[in-house]
Design a binder for this molecule. Structure first.
Ligand code: GTP
Ligand code: MG
Ligand code: ZN
Length: 353
């Protein structure tokens, strides 16, 4: 029998429990979301669950249970009926592909995200910065893994790129295949903490999880020789327990990782060097685009900050602003519409009199 802490339970969730909840319901953590049901793990087993009506018809899909959520359910024969999702501690989401103003949850109640890139497809610093901005928004600690170290070409620019990443982030260079460097990552994984693996298809997320488990739990397959891209082998988000250690969620490779956040947020927190330079800008609200006496622009001109990094910083900030203004626009439209409906009702009543 596992303890709740082994599954990632912490005092945060207790505050959302009502006095009779544990008498009336069972408690478990969602390990997988399928088309028509949910797998929920409790301290002794995994149960297939469905949604109670109030959740099934919830207005926002965002409120449906997601992999990593803690839920209350009512045992019903061999199944369970989920009645409530406990308030999320953290939630990793991205802009829903194809939408302008909605979010898609990738995993919830996560402490660390293992952002995987690999030497076979190539390191992409800009993509890494993008993921880290979204992780900062979600208050999730990033750990960078550069996989497939067995393919390292010392004569190429790879070593310099790896050094650059190591200087900026907690980073492990390893090979899920040969096991080289795996121990260093394994020893940093904390018992009872939740991790999510993210990165493009084919970088080796499932292979890494298999190596940490020492068994072939997750299906893997090689990247296409013609396109040099992964073949989207993992198709659902699945939570797996590492025996005596942490909890890991494997996810399908993402093609697009659009930024999404409803409130004000600047990419600064993911760009440490730019953030500390910004303190020396003349204007405290400097956008670092064209202001005079901007310490960031000066550092880019002197090549202290790489130009590509600076341009990505501006681009990610613009993307965040754009998302926020789309959300605002939708809210304003909603307000206008309800005002029209209110007025119509008022005049309707008058007409009837
Ligand atoms: N050379 C080498 N190949 C590796 C390593 N790790 C994984 N691979 C291979 O990379 C390919 C893709 O691995 P997966 O684990 O399926 O990748 P994934 O990130 O889970 O991909 P999706 O599920 O599609 O998102 C497989 O053929 C693995 O055998 C490694 O360290 N070195
Ligand atoms: Mg996979
Ligand atoms: Zn500035």
């Amino acid at each position: 029998m596992k303890s709740l802490q082994t599954l990632g339970w912490s005092s945060h969730f207790e505050s959302d429990l009502r006095p009779d909840d544990l008498t009336n319901f069972s408690l478990g953590r969602v390990t997988q979301v399928n088309k028509t049901n949910f797998l929920v793990r409790n301290t002794s087993k995994t149960i297939t669950c469905e949604l109670a009506g109030n959740l099934l018809y919830a207005q926002d899909e965002f409120d449906h249970p997601k992999t990593g959520d803690w839920v209350l359910y009512m045992p019903y024969s061999e199944l369970g009926i989920i009645t409530r999702v406990l308030k999320r501690n953290t939630c990793l989401y991205r802009k829903k592909p194809g939408s302008f103003d909605s979010k898609q949850v990738l995993a919830s109640n996560i402490d660390y995200a293992i952002v995987v890139q690999c030497l076979e497809i190539g390191i992409n610093l800009r993509r890494l910065e993008r993921s880290i901005v979204q992780l900062k928004i979600a208050n999730i600690e990033p750990i960078v893994v550069i996989n497939k170290s067995d393919l390292l070409d010392k004569s190429s620019s790879q070593s310099a790129e790896i050094e650059e990443i190591k200087n900026k982030y907690t980073c492990f260079l390893l090979s899920a295949k040969s096991g080289e460097g795996l121990m260093e990552l394994r020893t940093t994984i904390e018992a009872g903490k939740s991790y999510v693996l993210i990165g493009a298809s084919g970088v080796g997320k499932s292979s890494l999880l298999n190596s940490l488990l020492d068994i072939e739990e997750q299906k893997t397959s090689s990247i296409s020789s013609s396109s040099q891209k992964g073949t989207h082998t993992t198709t659902s988000r699945e939570l797996i327990l590492l025996s005596g250690s942490g909890i890991i969620i494997d996810t399908p490779g993402t093609r697009e990782f659009g930024l999404a956040h409803d409130g004000e947020f600047s990419a600064d927190s993911a760009f440490n060097q730019i953030a500390s330079l910004a303190e020396q800008c003349k204007y405290h609200n400097c956008t670092h685009e064209n202001e005079s006496d901007c310490a960031v622009i000066a550092a880019v001109e002197e090549a202290v900050v790489p130009k590509a990094e600076y341009l990505n910083f501006l681009k990610l900030n613009k993307e965040l602003e754009h998302y926020q203004s789309n959300v605002q626009e939708r809210k304003n439209k909603g307000k206008k519409l309800s005002k029209i409906i209110r007025n119509m009702k008022k005049s309707g009543y008058k007409d009837r009199k």
